[in-house]
Design a protein around this ligand. Structure first.
Ligand SMILES: Cc1cc2nc3c(=O)[nH]c(=O)nc-3n(C[C@H](O)[C@H](O)[C@H](O)COP(=O)(O)O)c2cc1C
Length: 358
């Protein structure tokens, strides 16, 4: 398994959806930093299941238990280890899936990769539940970043064809990001949120699911962070973002749209602001040139596929009999993973940026 990530700030995630607990060990955090656990709990609560009809009905409190690395609220410099108990498992819902794998999930590929020894219960180590560990690690890292003036926030940019107002890549403010990063189902437009919720409900009632896009921005990143070629900001962020289950695309700045722009439209003209700092009038680059930060806000988007586990009947195969088969999935699943994935994207960005800045 490849569940360890990072160069200087290194995370290692363990557990499965239906094991006793899941958890994370974070190595390389700066000693002496104070960690506000209430702020950590607030981030965990944004991702926790069972919040409303847009999410799975599985209920977990997702309270992290700190085993080491934090003493009297201060990072000791030793590896920070947190475990999150699994308390609401319905393992029998998954008993047949090793033989008849779910289309769109990792059941078949994990079966082949691990010769059938993989833990199938709740998707095992491939479950979206493991993202609770990312959110914990991110909640710690973002507090350290905030003390350096770096703020991260994201919103539900789209669900299916319903779109929110995009973030302004030049004017996005720390205050706006703080507000987004405190909400479940954050959108800039309340009308967009209502339409998105209605679409998710329509899909849920039709025993189906839907995907969408999370847009994230970071303010306060100094210019000059990152490396060329394989060590760029895009490389590092994409690497961790693709570790989030169901992410199928990542784009920076104007992303794929740049392919239709001309140079005169796409180039971000430089100027000195009133305090003598180099700025750009537009931010098509998403704050990154040559893999290195420009000092403008970082802006990127992550596309999530529709939840694979849908309750309507689907075609699959029976790996024991070697025959084609039909599958009706029982169990509790998110009709759309995107609202719960918003804090996960922010957390991944926080871990990656602290690693780059360490
Ligand atoms: C927050 C979150 C929640 C998820 N919830 C579910 C779920 O309830 N049911 C499901 O089938 N997949 C869910 N997924 C997605 C699967 O874990 C993912 O599609 C699967 O592991 C296959 O990996 P891949 O889509 O990256 O190829 C969730 C993903 C995230 C990020």
């Amino acid at each position: 398994m490849s569940s360890t990530w990072g160069e200087k700030v290194k995370i290692s995630i363990f557990g499965g959806s239906h094991t006793a607990a899941i958890g994370v060990v974070i190595d390389g955090l700066p000693a002496g930093e104070t960690i506000d656990m209430d702020a950590v709990y607030a981030q965990m609560a944004r991702r926790a299941p069972g919040q409303d009809k847009t999410a799975t009905t599985r209920r977990e409190s997702d309270t992290p238990q700190i085993l080491s690395g934090l003493l009297d609220g201060v990072l000791t410099g030793a590896p920070l280890c947190a475990v999150i108990e699994n308390t609401s498992q319905h393992s029998k819902d998954y008993s047949g899936l090793k033989i008849t794998p779910r289309p769109g999930h990792a059941d078949y590929t994990a079966y082949v990769r691990y010769n059938g020894a993989n833990d199938i219960r709740g998707g095992g180590h491939f479950s979206g539940r493991l993202t609770a560990c990312l959110v914990f690690a991110g909640a710690v890292c973002r507090q350290i970043l905030a003390r350096k003036g770096i703020e991260i926030g994201a919103h539900v940019y789209s669900i299916g064809s319903c779109k929110d107002t995009p973030l302004d890549a030049v004017e996005v403010s720390t205050q706006q990001l703080r507000s987004l990063a405190s909400r479940y189902f954050p959108t800039l437009s309340p009308e967009a949120e209502a339409q998105m919720r209605a679409l998710i409900e329509e899909k849920r009632m039709a025993q189906d699911s839907i995907g969408g896009v999370v847009e994230c921005a970071v303010t306060g990143m100094p210019a000059g962070i990152g490396n060329p070629m394989f060590g760029g900001i895009e490389n590092v962020l994409a690497h961790i973002l693709f570790g989030i289950p169901a992410v199928k695309g990542v784009e920076f700045g104007d992303g794929f749209d740049v392919a239709q722009a001309s140079g005169s439209e796409n180039n971000d003209a430089f100027y000195y602001d009133s305090e003598g700092r180099v700025k750009t009038r537009t931010n098509h680059s998403g704050g990154i040139l040559g893999g290195i930060t420009t000092g403008m806000p970082l802006v990127f988007r992550a596309a999530f596929k529709p939840t694979p586990s849908i309750s309507r009947q689907q075609d699959t195969v029976n790996l024991v009999t070697g025959e084609n088969a039909e599958l009706s999935i029982v169990g509790r699943h998110d009709p759309c993973v995107v609202p719960r994935a918003v804090p996960v994207v922010e957390a991944a960005a926080a871990i990656a940026l602290l690693d780059l800045l360490s």
